[in-house]
Design a protein around this ligand. Structure first.
Ligand SMILES: [Zn+2]
Length: 172
């Protein structure tokens, strides 16, 4: 008798059904093992905590953005205090799925919240974000009770010192 394509497919199918049955039995046996049970329990807890921590992190970040009297730099595209990136002010076209995890958090925030209040300050300054963060950290460490206006003045002064080749060579 000639074996057709359909017959071959049926044979293959039946083989796979049997193989699946064997695997299911093996899994059942493993699941009754206490070490495996412990592993599965830990895995579930890990998943739960990871997802929960992620949600908490997002909430914390959004609260930080909400409670910040922003100090904007780079044409109001970055706040040096809470580090909110106004991505819409940075790029004309934004590929949401191309954003990093932290950028997505910023994007989700700026899409649904107003940016700033009467107490926000816009600094007429353009500089590298890593440098801006570094300078702000230096200021924040030693000037906890200073006003935003004073912080802005320090920021500009340090930025000039750090980016001016004349002041750098003077220190050498
Ligand atoms: Zn801010």
């Amino acid at each position: 008798m000639k074996i057709t394509m359909i017959d071959e497919e049926k044979i293959q199918y039946n083989k796979q059904v049997k193989r699946l049955e064997v695997i299911k039995k093996e899994i059942e046996e493993l699941e009754s093992d206490s070490t495996v049970q412990k592993y599965l329990k830990l895995l579930n807890t890990k998943k739960f905590l990871e997802s929960n921590n992620e949600q908490m992190y997002i909430t914390i970040k959004h609260n930080e953005y909400r409670n910040c009297n922003h100090i904007w730099i780079n044409n109001r595209s970055y706040c040096i205090k809470c580090r909110l990136k106004n991505i819409l002010a940075q790029y004309e076209y934004v590929d949401y799925y191309g954003l990093s995890f932290d950028e997505k958090i910023c994007m989700d925030y700026i899409l649904y919240n107003s940016l700033g209040n009467d107490r926000s300050i816009s600094l007429n300054v353009n500089c590298d974000i890593a440098l801006a963060n570094e300078i702000y950290d230096i200021i924040a460490k030693s000037n906890e009770n200073k006003s935003d206006e004073e912080i802005c003045a320090y920021f500009k002064k340090i930025l000039v010192d750090k980016t001016n080749p004349l002041s750098l060579s003077r220190k050498k």
